[in-house]
Design a protein around this ligand. Structure first.
Ligand SMILES: NC(=O)c1ccc[n+]([C@@H]2O[C@H](COP(=O)([O-])OP(=O)(O)OC[C@H]3O[C@@H](n4cnc5c(N)ncnc54)[C@H](OP(=O)(O)O)[C@@H]3O)[C@@H](O)[C@H]2O)c1
Length: 310
């Protein structure tokens, strides 16, 4: 039997996803009619990104699952018209990209690279950085991305603390959870990496009170979501020197408006939501595997818990 799969993501992405998706489905023996243009009542699966024009799922009467191309689901998880399973993207290409970005930015701050890259002024600054074992890095969020980053930071020798909603056990990582755990995790953060999803619980998690728990001179690296941080509290903490630097990849409004104070702030590095992205070849495997599972009555992978919001 042929399944109808609607590609409801950015139109220009159809060009790059069509071939890998077709191959991955065919490799699994799934006969599929994959198209960006199908009548809603004929659709069995929707390959989705939240910037798609599909926002009302009511007409998709026989659809079995929505398969998100993004890891973050905050723009779809509360959609009241969506009453079928929603899977988020866990793609090893995306994970590898995030590990590389986080590691690079942590090492930048750990090694004090800016001092030398920006300080080619004839002054011999012979202060060597400490070893990674003397640098404490905390990762908030130990999911697909946070855990992979924490493991890589451990391999580099950093003293890594992690924090998640439920208790975790990751070799080499001091794993904490709950409110008490958050306080300890923040106090142990010379460098703080945010890899939490955006939910009602995590919005403004870094605010004036929690920023004050960070050690003096801490650095923040946020590839998670912009609203995890209270922007005004961050600026205040940077301006009084409590936080030394923030490297931000994600923002409340994206693209970050050209006149936004973050761009010109001397202690903020803005990167334009490029920490990592879904990679078509590897993501197609995940989507195809979920369609295969749906067709053979096996449970879907990476289902979103609508209650928790991620
Ligand atoms: N900048 C980029 O390019 C980019 C790319 C991809 C993703 N992202 C962002 O990265 C986020 C994380 O992705 P992921 O795939 O790692 O997500 P994930 O697998 O769902 O992991 C989320 C982690 O956050 C923890 N968490 C959630 N709510 C919490 C709370 N209230 N208190 C404490 N911990 C909480 C979870 O705890 P449990 O383990 O206990 O469930 C889990 O460890 C995405 O949601 C997205 O916002 C950014």
């Amino acid at each position: 039997m042929t399944v109808n799969v609607l590609f409801a993501a950015r139109p220009d992405h159809w060009r790059i996803y069509e071939a890998p998706l077709k191959k991955a489905l065919s490799d699994r023996g799934v006969a599929a009619n994959l198209s960006p243009d199908l009548a809603p009542e004929e659709v069995d699966y929707i390959v989705y990104s939240p910037n798609s024009t599909v926002q009302d799922f009511t007409p998709y009467s026989r659809t079995k699952a929505v398969l998100n191309l993004w890891a973050g689901v905050e723009n779809i998880v509360d959609n009241p018209t969506l009453r079928i399973p929603l899977a988020r993207m866990v793609d090893h290409g995306l994970t590898q990209g995030m590990v590389e970005w986080v590691t690079g930015h942590v090492l930048r701050h750990h090694l004090g690279m800016d001092r030398h890259i920006l300080g080619q002024d004839g002054e011999w600054r012979a202060d060597a950085p400490p070893l990674a074992s003397h640098r404490r890095v905390t990762v908030l969020g130990l999911g697909a991305l946070g855990e992979a980053c924490a493991r890589m930071l451990v391999r580099l020798g950093f003293a890594v603390t992690g924090w998640s909603r439920r208790p975790k056990d990751i070799p080499g990582v001091s794993c904490l959870s709950g409110d008490v755990g958050l306080h300890a995790a923040l106090k142990a953060a010379d460098i703080l990496v945010l890899l939490l999803p955006l939910t009602d619980e995590t919005e403004n998690l870094l605010n004036a009170d929690t920023l004050a728990l960070l050690p003096e001179g801490a650095v923040i690296v946020n590839p998670g979501r912009g609203p995890l941080i209270d922007d005004d509290a961050l600026i205040a903490a940077l301006d009084r020197g409590h936080v030394a630097h923030a490297t931000l990849d994600v923002f409340r409004v994206e693209p970050l408006p050209a006149e936004h104070q973050f761009w010109a702030h001397p202690k903020i590095t803005v990167t334009p939501h490029i920490a990592s992205e879904t990679r078509p070849e590897t993501a197609a495997e995940v989507i195809a595997e979920n369609i295969r599972r749906g067709e053979s009555g096996e449970p879907f992978l990476h289902l979103v818990d609508r209650e928790s919001g991620y």
